[in-house]
Design a binder for this molecule. Structure first.
Ligand SMILES: N[C@@H](CCC[C@H](N)C(=O)O)C(=O)O
Length: 277
């Protein structure tokens, strides 16, 4: 099976072109290929598939085999791969995802994709659509009991469910301590991604993420977008924010009542052939 390994700020994916040759058991395939000891290694697999309603379709499966509706870092990798491997030689196009149609725009120099801007659509703020159990309304700066301790959370659906906690010092945060407890908290029937956010100034935040189905990753695109929305809703930042993660920065613009625009890079690491026994 031919594959290409890519990453967006260290959030790494195995890209599989399934336009002609479709496999059946993607759940098992994701678990096998993403294993960092016995497989290729990755936070998830990205499937390139034909679409009847958009130029192309993307599916994402996490390392544990669960399927996500969307992936922000993944779709930048996906868009760059399509252009540089001559599958879709367009600088703007539409991608069918389980979270709806997403539109990437590519910035090209010397025939290479330098930056990718993704129109991530509107964040959904209504609790029942995140989904989170509780009274009607939005989840902004709300107290949640997690294993006997109270935390202030803000939650949104940014293609996938995200919960944000604002912290004083991100360097003191290990996402694997609270992350798994919040990810599977009973109030989130579809689980939630968890982002720890430190506000630096009105235009800069730092984020660490614990991902649903993947654990602690080096970055999360939808998580960075959701963190910008949450920072704006809590009046900590303006609508244009640089989000710093361990390996770099995403530039995010929140246009309330319109879209969240995310701009960043993607890197191709290597290609190969995996022998499926
Ligand atoms: N890393 C991604 C999000 C991938 C999906 C997530 N693990 C989930 O299951 O919700 C991103 O960059 O957005």
């Amino acid at each position: 099976m031919n594959f290409t390994k890519m990453h967006g700020l260290g959030n790494d994916f195995i890209i599989l072109n399934q336009l002609a040759d479709t496999q059946q058991d993607y759940v098992k395939l994701a678990q096998i290929l993403c294993d960092r000891n016995t497989g290729i290694g990755g936070d998830g697999i990205l499937l390139i598939l034909p679409s009847t309603i958009a130029d192309i379709k993307m599916r994402i499966l996490n390392i544990d085999g669960s399927e996500a509706e969307m992936c922000g870092n993944g779709i930048r990798c996906f868009a760059k791969y399509l252009y540089e491997h001559d599958i879709l030689k367009k600088t703007t196009f539409s991608v069918e995802t389980k979270a709806g149609i997403i539109k990437p725009s590519l910035q090209i120099a010397d025939q290479r994709v330098k930056q990718i801007t993704i129109d991530m659509g509107q964040p959904i703020l209504e609790r029942d659509q995140i989904p989170m159990i509780g009274p009607k309304g939005q989840v902004i700066d709300e107290i949640l009991d997690v294993a006997g301790q109270e935390y202030k959370i803000t939650s949104v659906l940014m293609g996938v469910p995200h919960t944000m906690l604002f912290v004083e010092d991100i360097t003191a945060i290990d996402p694997s301590v609270l992350g798994p407890k919040l990810e599977k908290h009973h109030k989130f029937p579809q689980n939630t991604n968890v982002n720890f956010v430190q506000v630096i100034d009105k235009h800069t935040i730092k984020v660490k993420t614990w991902e649903r189905g993947a654990g602690a990753t080096l970055a999360c695109g939808t998580g960075c977008c959701a963190s910008v929305v949450a920072s704006y809703l809590n009046d900590f930042t303006e609508d244009t924010v640089d989000v710093q993660v361990k390996l770099g920065t995403l530039h995010i613009e929140y246009r309330p009542n319109e879209s969240v625009m995310m701009t960043g890079s993607a890197i191709e690491v290597f290609s190969g052939i995996y022998d499926i026994k």
